[in-house]
Design a protein around this ligand. Sequence first.
Ligand SMILES: [Mn+2]
Length: 282
Amino acid sequence: MTSPPENREFLLPGQRGGPGRLARARDRLLDARLALARSGARLDELAGAIPARDVLVLSIHRPGSEELARALDELRRTRHSLRVALGAMGDAGPGLAADTVATHLEGGKFENLNTVIAAAGNGAGADWTLVIDDDVRLPDRFLDRFIGVCETLELALAQPAQSLASFAGWPHTRRRAGTMARETRFVEIGPVTCFRRDAFAGLTPFPALRFGWGLDLHWAAVAAERGWRLGIVDALPVRHEHAVAAAYSSRDAIEEARSFLAGHPFVESSRASEVVRAHPLP
Ligand SMILES: [Mn+2]
C-alpha cells in the first residue's frame, strides 16, 4: 500500500532552504562555470538546431508582481513564435494588460490556469507550453536554449533547475554542478514547467486544485505510463528567491495533496527524486 508523500520536504518561504549568503556565493561560482564559452556555445548549437516552434506562455500574476514583465521581456528574445496568455488575481499588472486574458481570478493556481487556457483558446495547438510563476527570474537566452535542450533530449515535460538560493519544494530540483540536464522521473509544478504538445494535451485541463502539491507526483505516474521522458535542465537555472509571506498554511496544502493522491496514481517521493541519466555540461 502506497502512502501520500509524507517525506516531501514542504518548503515554504521563511522556513528553510531559502536565500542565504553561502547559497548565493555557490550560485555565483556555478554561474561562472556556465558562462564559459564552451558551455554557452553548446547550448546555442542545440538552440539553433531545431525548427522554429509555436510556444505558448501562461502565467498567473498577483498585484504588485515585479518579475513577470522582466521574464516576458527575456522570453520574447526568441527565434520561436511566442504567444502569451496571462491571468491576473487583481487588475492586470503594469505593462501586462495587453497579454492578460482574465482578471480578478479567485481560484487556486491550477484552477486559474484552466481559466486562462480556456480564455486564450487553442492552447493545445502549441508545440511547447511554458507555465511560469510571477516571481521568477530567467537566465539570458533562456527560451531558445531551453527548448533546444528539451528537443535534443526528447523531453515531454521539463523544468529548469532552481538556483541554490531559491525557495524550492524539492531539494533535487535545485541546480547541480557539472550537468547540462538530468533525466528524471519527476518535474515539479513550478516555478517554471514546460509541456510538450502531447504532454499538455494529456495533463490539461488541470485538476481543480487550490494548492496543487502532489500534482507533480501524479504527473510522474502518468509520464511513466505513457513513456514520456522527463528532465531538469541544470544549465539554465532560474531564480525563485523572493521571500514572500506564505499566503496559506502548509497543513491545508498537505491535506489537499493527500486527498488528491488517494484517488490518483502517483510516484513515491523517494523514487521521484532519483536521477535516471545525467547529461554532462560540455
Ligand atoms: Mn513563486
